[in-house]
Design a protein around this ligand. Sequence first.
Ligand code: DGJ
Length: 744
Amino acid sequence: MSIIFHENSRVFHLSNNSISYILRVMENAQLENIYYGKRLHDAEGLERHHEMIQRSHSAVALPEPSLLSMNFATQEYPVYGTGDYRSPACTIRQENGSRIMNFRFASWRVEKGKPGLDGLPSLYCESNEEAETLVIVLQDEPTQIQLHLFYTIFKDYPAIARHVEFHHHGEQTAYIEKALSACLEFKDMDFELVQLSGAWARERYIHVRKLEIGHQGVQSLAGTCSSAEQNPFIALRRPGANESLGDVYGFSLIYSGNFSADVEVSPFDMTRVVMGINPEYFTWKLNPGESFTTPEILLVYSACGMNGMSQTYHQLYRTRLVRGIWRDTPRPILLNNWEATFFDFTEEKILAMAECAKDLGVELFVLDDGWFGSRNSDYEALGDWYCNMAKLPSGIQGLSEKIEAMGLKFGLWIEPEMVNENSDLYRMHPDWVIHVPERFRSHSRHQFVLDFSRKEVVDYIGDLIVKILEASKISYIKWDMNRYMTEPYSIALASDQQGEMMHRYILGVYSLYERFIRQFPNILFESCASGGARFDPGMLHYAPQAWCSDDTDAWERSKIQYGTSLAYPISSMGSHVSIVPNQQIFRITPFSTRAKIATFGTFGYELDIQCLTDREKEQVRQQICFMKKYRRLIQLDSDFYRIRSPFEHNEMEEIVVAKDKKTALALFVQKTNRVNGSWLRFHLAGLNPDLHYQITCQVGDKTKEFTAYGDELMYAGIVVDRQDLNANGGDYASLLYEIIAIEQ
Ligand code: DGJ
C-alpha cells in the first residue's frame, strides 16, 4: 500500500496490490479524478489522461488561452457555478446569497492508519499498518472555508473510504446546502446500475438498469432510517459482468438517515456518481470556527464480478465496522415470541415457551413488543419504558432471572425513538414529538416520532432504558423503529437551522446506541425497523446484526437475503424460522427449507415452539445441532458466494466456503417443482479444485453421500436429482450439501 505524490505534475497515486486511485491538482488548483480501478504501475505522466480539447459551450476556468473547462473534467468534489453544469457534490450559501465557491488545493498530508469520524459510524483499523489516509485540504479564499477530503486506502482490500470535513475559518456565517460524501467520475457510460430497492416485507430486491444520459439513482427521505424502499448502496458494473467475472464498482454509504445516490450521465457519455446525505430538506448552519463532517462512504472495486465486490464489503464490514465482543463471536440461537403471541402473553406463557425452547437447544429467549406500560396493542404505551407488572408480575428483573436460571440468556425488545399519544410520556411531554406547531401531526402505526435531535429527549429515554438494563439480566436488545418521519421540524432549533433536524435526529440515535454499548459492552444489539428498513452500514457499527425483514417465508427470504448479501455479511442477517402458512404471504413451504434459509444468517425461531408436533420438535433439535456445529464457519470464518439468483431463476443457489477451503456448505432451493423437468446441475464456487471432498446431503429421512474433487463440483456441478427435490417437499424444496475435504 502506498500514497505517492508527484510534485511536478501534482498527481496523487494511492495503490495497494489490487487497486489504484489516482487524482491530480488541475491547472486551476481544483481536484480531478484521473483513474480508479485495477492497480497500475506508478509512473510519471498520468496527467495525460486529462484531454484539453475545445468543446462547444465550454466555459473556461482560467484566462485565455487555457481550455480548461470544469464541464469536461472528471472532478473529485465539484461545485456548481464555474462552468460545470452537472450536479455538484457540495453547495454553500454565503451571507451575500452567493453559492459560488472556488476550492483550491492548499496542502496535503498522509496519516498512518485511519481516523474515526466524530459522532458518526465509520470503519476502523486495529493497527496503523492496515491502512493509510491521504488528507487533501482545499480552501475557498473569500470565505476562508476549508474542505478536508479524506481518502483511506486499505492494505489488503480493493477499497477506499472517503469522507469530507468542512472547516470554517472565516468571519461570516455560511449555510451548507449540500455536503455529499464523495464524487466519482468515469469517462464513459458503459455501465449497468445495480440497486437494492423494495418495500416492507420485500426489502432489498436486486434491480438492474442500463445507464442512460441524464439522472438515475436512488434516495431516501424517510427521515428516521435509510428505508425499506431504497438501500444506501449502489454498484456500477460493466455489461457482461456477472457474479464471478468482470469489473464492478460498489458505493456504500455508512449512514442510517436520508441519503441520495445520483448517477448522472452527460451528453458526452461521462458518468458522475455523487452520494451522501440527501440534500433535499438539508441545510447546515456553519458559524465561524465550526466544522461539519459528512458520513463515510466505502468505495469497492472488483475485477472479479459481483461476488468479489460483496466479499470485500462482507469482510470489511464484519471485521472493521462491527465492534465489540460480538464481532468475533458466533451468534446465539434464539426464540422470539412476536409471531407466537404478539401482545397477548403472560409470564406463565413466556416461561413455558422458554422452558420448551431450552429443552430443544435454544440459547436465548427474546421478549418482543408488549412488556411495558399499558401496552396491549400498538395503540398505547410507547415511551413508558417500565414493566407492565399486571402482565409480568416478577418484572423484567424477575423474569430475566427466571429465564437465566433455566440456562437460557434473556433478550428484550425496545423502540426508544417512538411515543404513542396514549402514554404517560406523551401526556407529560406532548411537545417532544416531531411536529410543526399549529399544524396537523401525521401518525403512522398510531405513533409519533420523538425529537431525537434534542439531547434532553435522548437522555430521558436513555435513562429509563439504562435503569432496566442495570437491574435485569439482559444479554440481547432488539432496537426496533416502526415509522418514517413526517412534518420534520424541531421546536428546539432556530428557523435557520431547521434543515439540520433530520441529520441531528440520526446523530441522536447514534449517540444513544454509543451510550448503551459503552455501558453494556456484552449486550448483543440487533437493529430492526418494521422488519428491514434500517439495514445499513451505519447501524452495523452499533448493532452487529439486523432483522432482515418481517417476511419470514422461505422463498421470499431467499430473495431478500440474496439481495442483502450484495453489501452485507451473513453474520448481520437476522433470520428466523416461522410457521406456515406464512403470516405475511400465506405460503406453505417445507419446514426444512425454512430452517436452511435461516441457517444462512444468525438463526432463530419465531413461532410457538410448544405447539410443534413431536416430529417437528425433533427436527428443531437437529436443526439447532447443525447450526451450532457450523455457525462459526457460516458467520465468521468463511467466504460467501452467490451462484444462482432467485430474481432470475426458479432456483436459488449459494455457498459458504471456509477460508482454508476444507469445509463448505452449499444451499440449493427451488421455487416451484417441475414435472418431467430438465436436468439440474449445481455448479459450486470457491472450492479448491484439487481437493477431494466428501459430500453429504439429507434427502427425506435418508442421508446421501458421495465423494468428488473440487474441480468436478465446480465445473461439472453436482447432479441435482429431481427425485430428491420431490422427497424434500416438491415446491420450495431444498438441498443442503455439507462438503468436507477428505484427509489425504
Ligand atoms: C416490527 C418488527 O419488525 C417485528 O419483528 C416486531 O418486533 C414488531 N415490530 C413489534 O411491534
